[in-house]
Structures are given as structure tokens and as C-alpha cells.
Design a protein around this ligand. Structure first.
Ligand code: TRP
Length: 337
């Protein structure tokens, strides 16, 4: 048996605001399955953070937790290797947040590019920003530092949060002359942008352009046949373009038959193949790729209680570690009685 203590610690997280899609699969889930073998991995279901922009929809935030668990199981995350953690069950994170917030200025938080970007997409948030939403990056710092993570696998949009984490950890230890935190590093996955089926460069729940891991074969077929291709091409005999063509982007990502993909591309750019053939072959390839995941996800339906139990075990591990971290922090801040 490997010794957990000698392994480096990873913390990653998902807001519980919906199901996971093929963008998550290539961007982070496959990475987690790989990393759980070598690292002490915590996967945080950030339901408190999810409330920061969904406080008026608690039912969605709650229901999404089980959807995430099924998605994790479906892709091969092993609940006994990775610790799955429900954020609201680790109140130490909130307490740490209060102490960490002494080390960052309001002006600095206001400059976070990811928050600025997100604010634009939330109705009314630019004019009147909920304080809970404004400070969530610092709350996320507490997520990461609570388990004293070494590595944080994230997408590019989360880099400002990791920078903030390093900055705060450093300032905290420097101020109290302590040595509690490692400076966590971001671990960027292989950058593979998975566009939405509508051609939008990002796939997202709110954009209504996602292919979910839970989609049935029929749903998959419908979505594949509606993907954005080449708007300048009216007839199959017109010269087609590959660049920005979602059907071909997906072929590159999911079709392992490279000769077939090359042949389709050659004929497409010469006006010798119709969209129907391109999409039918894409559907076949994606369905082959996603069927084992879909089957495991169906299997998970009957295992929800078991998955929830294991999640509570994982949460306990995180909570113990957070409690240890918090004790050390209170000690050096001279507020431990
Ligand atoms: N903000 C992350 C996202 O939207 C989710 C998250 C919450 C997270 N806490 C985290 C990611 C801690 C990494 C580490 O995707």
C-alpha cells in the first residue's frame, strides 16, 4: 500500500451548477483519473461557491451534487482513491477565508480578470455586485490552502485565483513568521479547446451548446447533426473550410481513425463530400468514445447511496486536514485559546 503522507496533494473543484460535458471530459476529468494514481487528490464540490451566483436557486445547486458524483463515477474517478468533498461540510474553509481576507485589498480583488468577465454575464451584477460573489476568489484561496495543496489542476481562467493563493499564502507565513503553507502550483492540462456545437469557442451550460456525458445516443445524434460547420458552403460541391468548423474540430478530438478524418478533410476542401457523411461518421466516432461513459453513468444511477457515503468519507478526510491547518493558523495569529 502506498503511504498517503508521502504523496503530494492535489485539490481541484467544480461548482455544483449542472452536469459535466465533453469539454470537462477532455479538459479536466481525464486528467483527474490519471492523477489520482500518483497524488493524494481532493475533488471539491463547491456548492457554497455555486450559491454565490445562484443563491436564489438552491435546488439546482443541491441536485447538481448527485449529477457530479455520477459524472465522476462514469469517467473512472475512483471514490476510494480520490477524496470527494462537499464544500459546505467543511466550515473551516469559511473561517480561514476571514483570516486570509486581511491579506488582500478590495482594489486587488476588483481587478481579478475572471470575476470581471463573469460579472458581465450575470444580469445586474455589474451595477450591483453581491459581496459574496465579489469575494469568492478569496474564498477559493481558502479551499486550496485548507488542505495545503501542492498542485491545483485548472483551466486558464482560474490562473488569477492560483496567483492570489500563492500571494496570500506567502504573506500569511511572512507576517506570522510561520511555515504552514506550500506555494501551490497551477497544473494546466493539455490545452484542448472544445467549442460548443454552435461554434462558440466555449462550451457551457448557460450557453445551451453542450454535449453532456449523460446525453443519450439519440440526443448525441441530434446534437452532432446540428453542429456548426461552414456557413459559406451551400452545396456539397462547394469548396469547404476546415478552420473553425466544429464538425472537424470534434473529428480531431474524438475520431481515432486518422485516415478517415484526413480523407474527409481532403474531400471537404475539394467539394467532394456532403455534411451528412461528415456528421454521420462523426456521430459514429463520438458515440463509440462516449458509450462506455454513458453505460457507467447509467450504472451509477443505482449506486447513488454508495457514492454519497464515500463522498462523506472523503469530506471527513478534508475536514480533518482543514482543522489541522486552521489550528496552526490560529496558533500563530495568537487567537487560539
Ligand atoms: N472556480 C472553479 C470553477 O468555476 C471551481 C472551484 C472552486 C475550484 N474551488 C476551487 C477550482 C478550488 C480549483 C480549486 O471551475
Amino acid at each position: 500500500m502506498s503511504n498517503t503522507n508521502s504523496k503530494k496533494t492535489i485539490l481541484t473543484g467544480d461548482r455544483s451548477t449542472g452536469k459535466l460535458h465533453i469539454g470537462h471530459l477532455l479538459g479536466s476529468l481525464q486528467n483527474r483519473v490519471r492523477l489520482q494514481e500518483e497524488y493524494n487528490q481532493f475533488i471539491l464540490i463547491a456548492n457554497v461557491q455555486a450559491l454565490s451566483d445562484n443563491f436564489d436557486n438552491p435546488q439546482k445547486v443541491k441536485n447538481s451534487i448527485v449529477e457530479l458524483l455520477k459524472d465522476y463515477y462514469a469517467v473512472g474517478i475512483d471514490f476510494e482513491k480520490s477524496h470527494i468533498v462537499i464544500q459546505s461540510e467543511v466550515p473551516q474553509i469559511h473561517e480561514m477565508f476571514v483570516y486570509f481576507s486581511n491579506f488582500v485589498s478590495v482594489q486587488q480583488v476588483a481587478q481579478n480578470p475572471t470575476v470581471k468577465q463573469e460579472m458581465k454575464t450575470k444580469e445586474g451584477f455589474e451595477k450591483s455586485t453581491p459581496l459574496g460573489f465579489f469575494f469568492y476568489p478569496i474564498h477559493q484561496v481558502a479551499d486550496i490552502l485548507s488542505v495545503r495543496a501542492d498542485l491545483v489542476p485548472v483551466g486558464k481562467d482560474q490562473l488569477p485565483m492560483i496567483e492570489e493563493t500563492r500571494d496570500i499564502a506567502q504573506k500569511f507565513d511572512a507576517t506570522y513568521n510561520s511555515n504552514i503553507f506550500n506555494l501551490p502550483e497551477a497544473l494546466l492540462g493539455v490545452e484542448r479547446n472544445v467549442p460548443g456545437i454552435d461554434g462558440n469557442e466555449k462550451m457551457g451550460k448557460s450557453l445551451n451548446n453542450a454535449i453532456y456525458l449523460s446525453d443519450s445516443e439519440e440526443e448525441l445524434r441530434k446534437k452532432v447533426f446540428s453542429v456548426y460547420t461552414d456557413p459559406t458552403r451551400v452545396r456539397a460541391t462547394d469548396i469547404g473550410h476546415i478552420e473553425g468548423n466544429v464538425a472537424f474540430t470534434y473529428h480531431d478530438l474524438f475520431n481515432s481513425n486518422l485516415d478517415e478524418v484526413q480523407d474527409l478533410k481532403d474531400r471537404y476542401t475539394k467539394g467532394q463530400v456532403g455534411d451528412v457523411e461528415v456528421k454521420e461518421k462523426l456521430f459514429q466516432a463520438m458515440n463509440e468514445y462516449l458509450t462506455p461513459i454513458r453505460e457507467k453513468r447509467n450504472e451509477a444511477e443505482s449506486k447513488v447511496d454508495q457514492l454519497l457515503n464515500l463522498t462523506m468519507e472523503g469530506t471527513k478526510v478534508a475536514k480533518n486536514r482543514a482543522s489541522e491547518t486552521l489550528d496552526m493558523m490560529k496558533e500563530v495569529m495568537m487567537i487560539k485559546f
